[in-house]
Design a protein around this ligand. Sequence first.
Ligand code: ZN
Length: 121
Amino acid sequence: MPVSWGTIIVELVLILPVGIYLYYSMFKKIRLCEGKVCPQCQTPLKPFQHPLTRNWEQWKKGGFRCHKCHCLTDLDGKLIHPGPYPTRRIMLLSLLWMFLFYLLTIAMLVLFYLFYVKPNG
Ligand SMILES: [Zn+2]
């Protein structure tokens, strides 16, 4: 079955907001860490950090982790205490909720196609 241009355009319009959000959140994160250095070893901070290395304070308010000495800072580049980290159970539960949200989105897209677009007329 050939894919029509209308289908491609509808898919692009549905995906576009997600793409714009990801693009701008990435650039916001890069701009926030520009010119900031680690308070302990003066290494420039990098914008991206593995999610499992973030503590609760960084999940709530944001922050950076030094790639050289592994200390944690807040968004202003000030040192914060390496406080409690989210447990494995919380991380798995949030992944599960994100996956369920993803499934719900896919189901709504399928319903949209079946009842509004009507591919077979
Ligand atoms: Zn450092």
